[in-house]
Design a binder for this molecule. Structure first.
Ligand code: G6P
Length: 366
């Protein structure tokens, strides 16, 4: 009811603003990284695997895609990420030394549960879930687990569940790295420090809400939008586009920016807003030339740029300044403004934000 909402207009907005607390709770009071955070016997499993197979649906799938960048870069273990409803029905080549990881807010998604059973049926017994509901079927079915502490999520469009999944997946990355001798004590201390600072860093990004509301008013009149990201921010672009579709009903697509010239550039006109995630990472110069390709064709760029990127506003280029680049955890911070953009655009269009048409919070039937 209204009392629970406090100062917020919708549960989605409330849940977006709960993220500093949700991420902080998910980190609990972790003092050091150890595989046993994921359950008894995790060390032995993590040490003896050849690769990971991540299975999920919807927003949880995008968390898995992000984790692939982290795990391959930090733990150096190969990762496949697959949509659960595809995996369960295709012929695949199993490896008993695979760690099967499911990601699910509810822990009850039918396709993800079925994909897990399918993997087990193929002889893959090492299973781990990142899940928000401790009493769910998913947690019961998996050998290892990590429970995210998002709390109950009411808005159908997932927000705090996603950023807490990313937080847990980063912990998993560090634990896998450690079990395989790829995490020095120094690096462990550094990453833990960055993780502990996340709630404050997220709070600083939430303070951008007024600027994002001004953009949302302009988005509300559009019927299409393109989202660009590169590297580990490409899955974040996918999640940003999904949020906008789900609740504002604006058709949105995400592309890795380097792929623009292979198709979507044909769609760019002055009527196509192009939301760009611009972290200050090794791909920044490449991204800037992708932005130039859009600008030259009259496309309107809406850029979330890290403070140290030197991307300035000009005609057709709108910039909202993010904090300094946040290293490997940057995807978590860049998620927040995209949630707010989708939320305020939907509000401006007057849609039923917490209960978008045709969608369900938890899809427990196929
Ligand atoms: C539904 C929800 C999404 C969610 C997806 C997977 O489609 O509307 O927000 O990402 O299911 O749900 P899960 O509970 O498995 O994460």
């Amino acid at each position: 009811g209204a009392a629970e909402l406090g100062p917020y207009r919708h549960y989605m907005q409330k849940e977006i603003f709960e993220q500093p607390r949700a991420v902080g709770d998910t980190l609990q009071a972790i003092e050091s990284i150890t595989p046993e955070l994921f359950g008894d016997g995790a060390y032995k499993v993590f040490k003896n695997i050849d690769n990971l197979l991540i299975l999920a649906c919807g927003t949880s799938y995008y968390a898995g895609l992000t984790a692939r960048y982290w795990i391959e870069s930090i733990a150096k273990i190969p990762v496949n990420v697959e949509i659960a409803s595809e995996y369960r029905y295709r012929d695949s080549v199993p490896n008993p030394r695979t760690l099967v990881v499911t990601i699910s807010q509810s822990g009850e998604t039918a396709d993800t549960l079925a994909a897990l059973k399918h993997a087990r049926g193929l002889g893959m017994e090492n299973t781990l879930t990142i899940c928000n509901v401790a009493t769910s079927a998913m947690v019961r079915e998996c050998k290892l687990s990590y429970i995210t502490r998002a709390g109950v999520e009411i808005g159908v469009a997932s927000t705090k569940a996603f950023t807490t999944q990313l937080t847990a997946l980063f912990l998993l990355t560090l634990a896998l790295a450690q079990a395989n001798g790829r995490l020095s004590d120094e690096e462990e201390a550094e990453q833990l420090k960055a993780l502990r600072h996340l709630p404050v860093a997220i709070g600083a990004v939430l303070a951008l809400e007024p600027q994002i509301m001004a953009w949302a008013d302009r988005f509300a009149t559009k019927e299409n939008a393109l989202f660009l990201g590169r590297g580990m921010h490409y899955p974040i672009a996918l999640e940003g586009a999904l949020k906008l579709k789900e609740i504002s009903y604006i058709h949105a697509e995400a592309y890795p920016a380097g792929e623009l010239k292979h198709g979507p550039l044909a769609l760019v006109t002055e009527h196509m807003p192009v939301v760009t995630i611009a972290p200050r990472d090794g791909l920044l110069e490449k991204l800037k030339s992708n932005m130039q390709e859009v600008h030259a064709r009259g496309g309107e760029l809406y850029v979330f740029a890290d403070a140290d990127t030197k991307i300035g506003s000009s005609d057709g280029i709108h910039v909202i300044r993010m904090p300094e680049h946040y290293g490997k955890l940057s995807p978590i911070l860049h998620t927040i403004p995209l949630q707010l953009l989708a939320y305020h655009t939907a509000c401006a269009r007057g849609t039923d934000v917490d209960k978008p048409r045709n969608l369900a919070k938890s899809v427990t039937v196929e």
